[in-house]
Design a protein around this ligand. Sequence first.
Ligand code: CTP
Length: 404
Amino acid sequence: MNADALRGKFVVLGVTGSIAVYKVIELARRMTQAGATVQVIMTPGATQFVQPLTFQALTYRPVEVEMFGTFDERAAGHVAMGQQADVVVIAPATAHTIARLAHGFADDLIGTTVLAAHAPLVIAPAMETHMWANPATQANVEALRDRGATIVEPESGELASGLMGQGRLASLEAIGTAIEDALATSTALAGKRVIVTAGPTLEPIDPVRVVTNRSSGKMGYAIAVAAQRAGAEVTLVTGPTALCAPVGVTLVPIESAAELREAVLAALPGAAAVVMAAAIADYRPAKAAEHKLKKREQADEVSLALVKNPDVLQAVVAKRDPRTLVVGFKAETGDAVAEASRMLREKSLDLVVANDVTAKGSEFGSDTDQVTFVSADGAEALPLMSKRDVARRLVAKMAERLAS
Ligand code: CTP
């Protein structure tokens, strides 16, 4: 593993009860050799497969198994490791441990450590293929991902049960890369304040009806998580979504475009970057009725008068400090890159993220996107990838821009 990424880092390695424990011994060894302090915590189940002594001999540290074990409880030992950690790695992670972490259980040392940690969390699952595919496991994995954990997907192949399928612990190279990434991005935006907008806006017709759009908020939330993981202080101004609030991010819930505009402008002074991923309604009903509209009082055919909403990006660009980076989004059903280039020029933005929402894998609500970063330097087309990866790439690009 890369010594530059690991030297001097405190890695908490949570080892749970799967046959794949034997592979993780080598991971603990490689991280220790690369200069990290590796503190292993094993569940009692894991000790059925491998003795703690094995890890202890390779990491030169006592292995913790019990909640109130060898460490000093006067120093709140059950949370101290989480607080000290630069990264918490759970490998192999069983379905049981993943479920417990997804629900915040605190009745064992891995649970308390993860709850107390501010550090990035990397989870490498290993289990029988049907357990992995089960909707309960998938929902738990998704909940952890929503909160910012990196899941190193298990591989497909022959499993210990003799079955073929997905469930085999990812390669040590893949887990190692995820650990290095988690450690490497943690300071790129340190000390910077970043505003991210996400989700749809709701424009009231009357007290119960709204005009809205299909935005899921996934892209904006992924950017907020990636920026926070890169060390930024993040304000996430969000319309209503079905997503969990990311840990460590200041959430400002809004409904209408007018509320979004107000929230963004209030947060703007001193911000290093503004990322406008929200799908802001371009129009709102000209007049929101004070009382619920009754259909018996309406004709069979009604029309809704709409008026243009203020352009928030334009207001941000007008009021920003010249050093504040402003990123716009352009979702198109045609030539997204040409439209993004036009928007970059006309609105004086630093970067536009363009995507064609009719392209396969880039549809509204999907977990993946094929985007192009458009800036004064030209257009950089990225391959189809998860929104989380797009977010990481965008944050890296922003950090680069802010540093220069
Ligand atoms: N945006 C904004 N204020 C609005 C509407 C959109 O700041 N009232 C921002 C969005 O957050 C996004 C970008 O502008 O970053 C989208 O640009 P826009 O040109 O409004 O895209 P469309 O709404 O797709 O425009 P058009 O209908 O002209 O294609």
